[in-house]
Design a protein around this ligand. Structure first.
Ligand SMILES: Cc1cc2nc3c(=O)[nH]c(=O)nc-3n(C[C@H](O)[C@H](O)[C@H](O)COP(=O)(O)OP(=O)(O)OC[C@H]3O[C@@H](n4cnc5c(N)ncnc54)[C@H](O)[C@@H]3O)c2cc1C
Length: 274
């Protein structure tokens, strides 16, 4: 995978286990030297291209919630693995998603990743790092739409003068710039704290929450500054407007980030769980 010869795919989400992945129903049953996996996953990025899936499945049906979930490396070529047709999405057309079905898929004991029953903890670690990654992506996209907007405002004319002369247009550029700076600074600080092990949960969730909402406002302003041109497929900001919508949904919705942040702060203050 590191050499780029195999494409991997992270298969956690199910029909009734999205924001609450601990409720997943895919099962893995030990049978001699093998595990037998049954269930299905949806919205799985890279599924139509993947050589290998990291599949999360319940290995202990007695355990509820996150306990009793394990993760497995499952090759796409294994009998019983089927990938559905590509989903038709609103944006991010360069990333393909699909459903994946596991029908009595038999994998060797070595396919278990890490410890049995610790897969959910592993998923949370991966997702937390991914949230930081998405926050950084949003900063990049916000910079691009700001650059496009400044260039457009400086040249597109109304009444013989560039629209950038209008202070209400300048105000949109100013908001985009100020929020972009805030997002970039936040990503840098949160990434440093993540690397030092100081904060691997509240920080990444806060950066994901702020930067995904920041880029939504930035892409919206960019379309507004472009006027009717912003609504045309030929304009880059039209694509970014659609692409940005996904960031608030995957790797934990904005609501889920707020739950993680609020709950985390209260736990740090000693509030008991439950
Ligand atoms: C394009 C795309 C790519 C994806 N790629 C992957 C992938 O590679 N691998 C993978 O495993 N998954 C992937 N996902 C799945 C993604 O992570 C989930 O869609 C996301 O976590 C939301 O889950 P859901 O769709 O089931 O929505 P739901 O969880 O049903 O949420 C619906 C609404 O209810 C709200 N809600 C739910 N629970 C709570 C709560 N406790 N408190 C407050 N509000 C709540 C949500 O915030 C949301 O507004 C992808 C999804 C998309 C659309």
């Amino acid at each position: 995978m590191a050499a780029g010869e195999l494409i991997g795919s992270f298969a956690l989400t199910e029909a009734e286990a999205g924001s609450d992945p601990a409720g997943l129903r895919t099962s893995a049953r030990r049978d001699g030297d093998s595990w037998v996996i049954n269930g299905s996953k949806r919205y799985i990025t890279n599924a139509p291209l993947a050589d290998l899936f990291m599949v999360f499945a319940r290995t202990n049906p007695e355990e509820k919630g996150g306990r009793g979930i394990s993760s497995f490396a499952v090759e796409t070529s294994t009998p019983g693995v089927t990938v559905g047709p590509k989903d038709k999405k609103m944006g991010q057309s360069g990333a393909w998603t699909a459903e994946v079905f596991f029908d009595d898929v038999r994998v060797p004991a070595e396919a278990l990743i890490g410890e049995e029953g610790r897969g959910y903890a592993k998923a949370l670690t991966v997702l937390s790092r991914g949230r930081l990654h998405i926050a950084a992506l949003c900063v990049g996209m916000a910079q691009r739409v700001l650059d496009e907007s400044v260039a457009y405002a400086a040249t597109a004319k109304q009444g013989g003068a560039p629209i950038g002369r209008f202070q209400l247009v300048q105000a949109m550029l100013a908001d985009m710039h100020a929020e972009l700076l805030a997002g970039r600074s936040m990503v840098r600080e949160v990434a440093a704290r993540y690397d030092s092990g100081e904060d691997m949960s509240i920080g990444p969730s806060s950066a994901k929450l702020y930067c995904t909402e920041m880029v939504a406002r930035a892409t919206d302003n960019a379309v507004q500054i472009h006027g009717g041109m912003g609504y045309l497929r030929s304009t880059p900001v039209e694509r970014f407007y659609r692409d940005a919508r996904l960031f608030r949904l995957y790797e934990g919705t904005s609501e889920v980030q707020r739950v993680i942040i609020g709950g985390g702060l209260l736990r740090e203050a000693g509030m008991p769980r439950g």
